[in-house]
Each structure stands twice: as structure tokens, then as C-alpha cells.
Design a protein around this ligand. Structure first.
Ligand code: GLY
Length: 353
């Protein structure tokens, strides 16, 4: 087991390589009441109902898979269920599922009684390396993704690698986009590891090291800038355009797939504005392709005008000016503020087919 600590509004540990049932039993024994919020697709997992049935003080509630979980109607249902269960200030919420489950559950924990303890048990690669770590919680609204939310760190994050076996290759690859992002902004060793295991199966064989390294980067960044006043923005490499494409797809693209397209765009922008060697952008495309990730924008589906409109509404835009995270070189992120819209459009045209 590897344990990585995060210093945020409180200190907590991310444990990689644990057995989730053991840790869940410990959480249950530590609190009077526990509400487990689990995504529907893992509801049948062996052991969950046994733990839930051990006591009337443990309640299991299911939420939809994917972005449908991060909806105000689901949040209202959770608040009503917590009210009926009379979950109090010393009680806790457990999130068991992918990134959307931990985002929603953390938000419910942040808002219930103005904040109760919660524990994250991520079951997807994207959840393990990104969503469950760092204390960003929230829901989506018509205005955009994650515009309503709170910083509210979990008490612990427990990563059981056995969940990854049930992930489709598509979902595993989508998680790899965040791993690749992490390699480019801060840990080139991740890129070497992936380049020497250039297939989904290959990456699966080194999952523990990829996850431990990615979590270590995220933990370090979050510990230095929990509320994203500056440094934490580097975790948004690939996300400015990525979020726009994801929203335009009606969330049919996985978050990581949209981020992969965003990484291609941000690298091209970096070549133009931050002096990134063009070879890095080319190599990044090759690496993304090894894992079946998209590297072009289908222009029939995603027009530049629509992408631009959504990006301007993103929380990363400030005072009507777009902001991107780019790269000066591998492992050295840079900030791009208010880039020329003609340049952005010309990059779109290069990667849209
Ligand atoms: N997903 C980016 C962050 O947690 O800041």
C-alpha cells in the first residue's frame, strides 16, 4: 500500500492499493451514522449489501452513472434522504463510484449541515487520479460544468485497484488522459512509463505506479494551492477547450476524451505562444493515439463559434478574457492569458476534420 498525504483545509491521506471493504468497515465503525452514496453501475458489487445490512445506522443510496449524477434533482434527493436518515454533524458520507459520484457526494457533504465528513472510494481511473483527490466538489447547471460547487476535502481517499478490472478499455483510456496530462505538466517519468507500455493493456499492467505518481503530483499541487489562486490552475492543462467540447457533445464524450482533444489544442497553442518545441506536440498526439484517445475535432459536430462561446463562459475565463494552461517544455507548464482569437481559430482549423 502507498500512502500520500494532502494538506488542504485539513490533512488527509490517499491510500493506493487498499481493500475497499476493510476500509469501509473502518469508516462505518468510526461514525454513528454513515450514508453510502454509490453509483448504480457498482451497486451489485459483492460485499456492499452485507456492509450496508450490518446496521440500521448505515444507509445505501444509489445515484445515476456519469454526468447525470451531477444534477440539482439528484442533490435535492440526497438532501431529502439525509434529512429522513437524520444524519448529524458527527456522521459521515461515503462516495463509492467514479468521478461524478465523488463530485456529487462531496458537494452533498459540503452543503449538508454546512459541512460533514466524507470519504472517497473512487472506482474509475479518472476518479482515482483526479476527481476524488483535491476537494473540488460540485454539480453541473445549464450555465456550465462545475460552476456550482465547494472546496471540501474528504477525510481519506481509498483506492482499491481491483475496481479497474471491471472498467472497459474506453473508460480506462479516458482516465489515462488525466494521467498523460499529469506527465506533461509535472512528471515526465509517467510519459516514459506509458511510452514503454504503449497500449491499454500495457498501461493496465503498470496501473499502480501510474496512479501513485499522478496522485503524488496532484497532492503536491493541491497542498500548495488548495483554492486554485494560481498554481493549481496547471491541473487544467487541456481543460479549457476540453470542457467546451465535452459540454457540446452532450456528455457523450467521456471527460478524458474531451481533455485529450483539449491537450492537443493546448500544445499547439503552446508551440505558438510559449516556445514549446513542435516535436513535443507531435509526440503528445502519438502518445494519446496509443491509448485510442481522440486527437482531432469533428468539425461537423463542434463548430468554432460554439466552442468559443462555451469557453468564454467557463470559470477559467476572467473578465471576458480566455485563459489556457500550456507548456513551455515537458514538465514546465505556462499560463496563456487573452490569446488572439484569430490564432485560436487557426489552431481549431488545423485540428478539426
Ligand atoms: N481537476 C482539476 C483540479 O482538481 O484542480
Amino acid at each position: 500500500m502507498k500512502s500520500i498525504s494532502v494538506h488542504a483545509e485539513h490533512e488527509y491521506r490517499v491510500e493506493v492499493g487498499v481493500e475497499w471493504r476493510e476500509r469501509l468497515q473502518e469508516v462505518v465503525s468510526r461514525h454513528n451514522k454513515v450514508m453510502i452514496i454509490a453509483s448504480e453501475n457498482i451497486a451489485q458489487i459483492s460485499g456492499l449489501t452485507e456492509i450496508t445490512n450490518t446496521s440500521a445506522q448505515v444507509r445505501l443510496t444509489l445515484i445515476p452513472d456519469g454526468e447525470n449524477a451531477k444534477d440539482i434533482s439528484v442533490a435535492i434527493r440526497m438532501w431529502n434522504e439525509l434529512g429522513a436518515f437524520e444524519l448529524g454533524r458527527k456522521d459521515a458520507i461515503v462516495a463509492l463510484g467514479g468521478g461524478t459520484t465523488t463530485d456529487l457526494s462531496g458537494f452533498i457533504a459540503a452543503t449538508w449541515l454546512r459541512g460533514v465528513d466524507w470519504y472517497a472510494f473512487p472506482t474509475t481511473l479518472a476518479g482515482m487520479v483526479d476527481a476524488a483527490v483535491g476537494g473540488k466538489t460540485g454539480i453541473n447547471t445549464d450555465s456550465g460544468k462545475n460552476l456550482v460547487g465547494a472546496f471540501h476535502s474528504p477525510r481519506s481517499v481509498f483506492i482499491d485497484l481491483s475496481f479497474l478490472a471491471s472498467l472497459t478499455d474506453r473508460d480506462f483510456s479516458a482516465g489515462l488522459a488525466e494521467v498523460i496530462k499529469t506527465g506533461y505538466i509535472a512528471d515526465p517519468e509517467i510519459l516514459h512509463l506509458l511510452a514503454s507500455h504503449p497500449s491499454v493493456q500495457g498501461a493496465r499492467s503498470v496501473d499502480k505506479e501510474l496512479i501513485t505518481r499522478s496522485v503524488a503530483v496532484k497532492a503536491s499541487v493541491v497542498s500548495q494551492d488548495f483554492t486554485e489562486s494560481s498554481l493549481r490552475e496547471i491541473l487544467n492543462y487541456g481543460h479549457t477547450l476540453g470542457h467546451a467540447v465535452e459540454k457540446l457533445s452532450g456528455y457523450t464524450l467521456r471527460h478524458g476524451e474531451a481533455v485529450a482533444i483539449g491537450l492537443v489544442f493546448a500544445a499547439e497553442l503552446s508551440v505558438s505562444l510559449l516556445g514549446l518545441p513542435a516535436k513535443v506536440a507531435v509526440d503528445q498526439i502519438s502518445l494519446l493515439k496509443c491509448f485510442g484517445l481522440p486527437t482531432t475535432i469533428p468539425k461537423e459536430q463542434y463548430s468554432w463559434e460554439e466552442i468559443l462561446t462555451i469557453m468564454m463562459g467557463d470559470k477559467k475565463a476572467r473578465n471576458g478574457e480566455l485563459r489556457f494552461i500550456g507548456l513551455e517544455e515537458v514538465g514546465k507548464p505556462g499560463w496563456i492569458a487573452a490569446p488572439d482569437h484569430n490564432l485560436l481559430k487557426s489552431i481549431y482549423e488545423r485540428i478539426a476534420i
